[in-house]
Design a protein around this ligand. Structure first.
Ligand SMILES: NC(=O)c1ccc[n+]([C@@H]2O[C@H](COP(=O)([O-])OP(=O)(O)OC[C@H]3O[C@@H](n4cnc5c(N)ncnc54)[C@H](O)[C@@H]3O)[C@@H](O)[C@H]2O)c1
Length: 246
């Protein structure tokens, strides 16, 4: 897909990978970038503007169906179309370790990481069809394929996202919407620090110390590549860490 003049929605756009993708989409020529997050996206919005694209912040809880409906309605109301969706908002067990995690947190992980991706995809289909087709990319995780006992709920939702992606292959034909996902390794974002209350958790240390963390921009690059490449349908793409520099 050629990105110039397109309109994109990015969830979890206030921070980390979502912010990097929003900026990369603006830099690639999108005319409108809708920033969906629970939190203010001021910094992301300034970056989008710097690339001469128009940001639109829509306060959104991707775990809430009505909130998602409002998000896509606002996008079409303001920009008249929807071409790209990055289903990226997510959360893990935080400083907790499965199964010593509040049931409410477990419910939120499933709601945001899996339910939000499924419903976001479904609600984007009609606006994208009206726009002549579109591209959706989910942020899954390396944890989709590798067991992660301390974050068992997180890993289960990410495996679900990867498999949902594969099952969405027919949407390319039926709706003109290609669905793909990225599975990043460890990325330098606040989510990693949250595991140990401001630093990487003890259980994460061995892996953390063995690799070079990805920059959010590297993941954004992989997302943009999937959006651009019309041959990519239902692809689950790993974005891997390099070994730590010695
Ligand atoms: N950081 C990593 O190592 C890593 C690795 C693989 C995958 N991921 C995935 O990347 C995605 C982005 O995470 P990140 O690392 O940039 O973390 P981050 O914490 O920097 O960003 C997550 C964003 O999602 C938003 N968010 C959380 N719940 C939300 C909700 N209910 N509705 C709307 N927005 C909500 C947060 O406010 C935040 O801005 C997540 O899906 C995460 O699981 C991260």
């Amino acid at each position: 897909m050629e990105l110039s003049g397109r309109v994109a929605v990015v969830t979890g756009a206030a921070s980390g990978i979502g912010r990097a993708t929003a900026l990369a989409l603006a830099a690639a020529g999108c005319r409108g970038v809708v920033l969906a997050d629970l939190h203010s996206c001021e910094e992301t919005a300034s970056g989008v503007k710097a690339h001469r694209a128009e940001p639109l912040f829509v306060e959104t809880d991707v775990g809430d169906l009505d909130s998602l409906r409002t998000l896509f309605a606002r996008c079409e109301e303001v920009f008249g179309r929807l071409d790209v969706l990055h289903n990226n908002a997510g959360l893990g067990e935080g400083a907790g370790v499965w199964p010593e995690v509040a049931p409410e947190r477990c419910a939120a992980i499933v709601d945001v990481n899996l339910r939000g991706v499924v419903l976001g995809t479904q609600l984007a289909l009609e606006p994208m069809r009206r726009s002549g087709g579109g591209a959706i990319v989910h942020t899954a995780s390396g944890a989709a394929t590798v067991p992660l006992p301390p974050q068992a709920v997180y890993a289960a939702t990410k495996a679900g996202v990867a498999h949902f992606t594969r099952s969405c292959a027919p949407l390319a034909e039926s709706h003109g919407v290609r669905v793909n996902c990225v599975c990043p390794g460890l990325v330098d974002t606040p989510m990693v620090l949250e595991t140990g209350g401001g630093q990487p958790a003890e259980w994460l240390r061995p892996f953390h110390d063995a690799v070079t963390l990805l920059r959010p921009e590297e993941v954004a690059e992989a997302v943009i590549a999937l959006v651009r490449d019309e041959s990519q349908v239902a692809a689950v793409v790993n974005v891997e860490n390099a070994p730590a520099a010695s």
